[in-house]
Design a protein around this ligand. Structure first.
Ligand code: PLP
Length: 287
């Protein structure tokens, strides 16, 4: 396995950066998680758009152009002979002094790591996950706008810790107003009487690329889709609940806070969206 580090390729053991990097000291940086299917980078442009938007918002200069970054991604998967797997692209503010001031970190670090992916077992896509809601809240609106995919993931880590304590793989985070926001690293959808709902991003959700793909697929499959705020009550009484994300794809939920959802397994709309999504990933992508 080779890792891209600031213009070169190094082994895992040699992939090292400074302890003065503000990504480490302050969570000052941004990242993307991207899938490779069949040797193609899925939704490459969308991920790079989000990366460059995140960078612009936090005034972080990425030392590669959009086109150069795409070339480097392609080269990294080629050198690793990756056909199916996961890419982690990180741009951190880079080494500076111990103060916060980003002007003292003039050179960003760019890191690309590719890995095989350990995701949920196939059984989970049929039987669904158990999940819980957690007390960690997402403040909206907040400077830590989830539209910025920053290295500051403490809120999400706290959600994950609560999920671990409850013995579940993913959990539901509400926003400070009590509306459902998202999971620790997935967007959330519910289905009620044939209509698919997902919270608008202003409720405190990342503008997920899988989420956008599912919204588009709903249109293609003729499912009515509404982006509107909803509460835990709506989740409990939904016919279907599912999470979406780059790693998880489209994963059904069979239980929320000990309430069985629908038939207690992946429902028909979730199942057909997963099927169509898996077709899409095979044809869409940058080589
Ligand atoms: N929400 C959060 C907080 C995430 O970290 C992720 C993962 O990237 C998602 C949602 C899903 O987004 P995407 O489909 O772009 O992977």
């Amino acid at each position: 396995q080779v890792i891209y580090l600031n213009g070169g390729f190094v082994s895992k053991e040699d992939a090292k950066i400074s302890v003065y990097d503000h990504g480490f000291l302050y969570g000052d940086g941004i990242f993307e998680g991207i899938r490779v299917y069949n040797g193609n980078i899925f939704k490459c442009k969308e991920h790079l758009d989000r990366l460059y938007d995140s960078a612009k918002s936090i005034m972080l200069e990425i030392p590669l152009t959009f086109g150069e970054m795409q070339d480097v991604l392609v080269e990294t998967i080629r050198r690793n002979e990756l056909r199916d797997g996961y890419i982690r692209l990180v741009v951190s503010r880079g080494p500076g002094d111990l103060g916060l001031d980003p002007r003292r970190s003039p050179k960003a670090n760019v890191i690309i790591i590719v890995e095989q992916l350990a995701i949920y077992p196939e059984e989970a896509y049929v039987n669904g996950l158990r999940t819980v809601s957690v007390s960690t809240r997402r403040n909206v609106p907040d400077a830590l706008n989830p539209k910025i995919k920053s290295l500051n993931y403490l809120n999400n880590i706290l959600v994950k810790i609560q999920a671990n304590l409850a013995g579940v793989g993913e959990a539901i985070m509400l926003n400070s107003q009590g509306y459902v926001a998202e999971g620790s690293s997935d967007n959330i959808f519910i289905v009620k009487r044939g209509v698919v709902f997902t919270p608008p991003c202003y409720c405190g959700a990342l503008e997920g690329i899988t989420r956008a793909a599912i919204i588009e697929l709903c249109g293609k499959l003729g499912y009515k889709l509404k982006e509107e705020p909803f509460t835990l009550h709506d989740v409990y009484v939904a016919d279907e609940v599912f999470f979406t994300g780059t790693a998880a794809e489209v994963i059904a939920v069979r239980e929320v806070d000990a309430r069985t959802i629908g038939e207690g397994k992946a429902g028909p709309i979730t199942t057909s969206l997963l099927r169509e999504f898996r077709k899409l990933v095979q044809v869409d992508g940058v080589k």
